[in-house]
Write a protein that binds this ligand. Structure first.
Ligand SMILES: [Zn+2]
Ligand SMILES: [Zn+2]
Length: 276
């Protein structure tokens, strides 16, 4: 049933865009600039193919991985529920009820109106992968954004190299000039957009926040400030540990989208209070 997710216009558009950039970079830009038969040309083609394949693989993992739903047997921890509301909010362990699913929501779980279900550690619903980004596929999403940014910047560098080669002459070839200008604008736009998105998710990961929690934290910090208190995000357990909780304890596996044995059930998360 997961294959149904591929029947979406944004996914088809992403497939077409990936294929187009791959084809132009390898068979047009690298071939024109360095010649694919040369050793430098084939080395660039090989490296670009490697990055593009990892990007494509991460994209498939994002689409096909279930972000994580609430198990039918899930019941909130009674002991934790006994604590006062203020205490519960402070520890991030307050149990809430989803009126649409009629189920208790574990901490960090949110209801997605598009998927029509509750998603564990929900970050956001992404139309480009036709899936929610949540507990089980957040790492793959992070890695996808990383590889997409790298591939985009790589293609831009090849494009710049190709444009500045000495014998490139557009005289009398208007369509070729339009093609080069359009491709340049597209790769600059993509590199800036994806680079910004990557920076944003590096920041969120370093603080152990989801996109939803970031916006919630703005309101909570304002409320705390009004009461003369200092707001601290409950799940922020230190930068390195925050990153390890998302990407894994082994640095060598950080950029492998399927290396997710460190990902637990998503029903509870370590908090800053556990350390104190
Ligand atoms: Zn729900
Ligand atoms: Zn969703």
């Amino acid at each position: 049933m997961k294959l149904k997710r591929f029947f979406s216009i944004p996914i088809v558009l992403v497939f077409c865009l990936m294929s187009f950039i791959y084809y132009v970079t390898i068979f047009f830009l690298i071939n024109n600039w360095l010649n694919l038969q040369s050793s430098v040309g084939s080395l660039h083609a090989l490296i670009f193919t490697f990055v593009a394949s990892l990007c494509f693989f991460s994209f498939l993992v994002c689409i096909l991985t279930d972000p994580g739903g609430i198990p039918s047997a899930y019941l909130p921890d009674v002991e934790e529920n006994d604590s006062s509301d203020q205490e519960a909010t402070k520890t991030g362990r307050n149990q809430r009820l989803c009126d649409k699913c009629s189920a208790f929501k574990p901490p960090r779980t949110h209801h997605c109106r598009v998927c029509r279900k509750c998603v564990l550690r929900m970050d956001h619903h992404c139309v480009w992968i036709n899936n929610c980004v949540g507990h089980r596929n957040y790492k793959a999403f992070f890695v996808l954004v990383f590889y997409a940014t790298m591939a985009s910047i790589y293609s831009l560098i090849i494009f710049i190299g190709c444009v500045f080669q000495k014998d490139l002459d557009f005289s009398g070839n208007m369509p070729l000039m339009i093609f080069y200008i359009s491709y340049g604008i597209m790769t600059v736009g993509l590199s800036v957009t994806l680079g910004t998105l990557l920076g944003w998710h590096v920041y969120l990961t370093a603080r152990n926040m989801t996109t939803i929690e970031y916006y919630e934290s703005k309101r909570k910090a304002w409320l705390a400030n009004k009461s003369g208190l200092l707001y601290h995000h409950a799940f922020d357990v230190g930068t390195y540990r925050n990153i390890s909780l998302v990407l894994g304890p082994n640095v060598l596996k950080w950029l492998i989208p399927t290396a997710r044995s460190h990902i637990k059930d998503g029903l509870s998360f370590p908090t800053a209070r556990d350390n104190s």
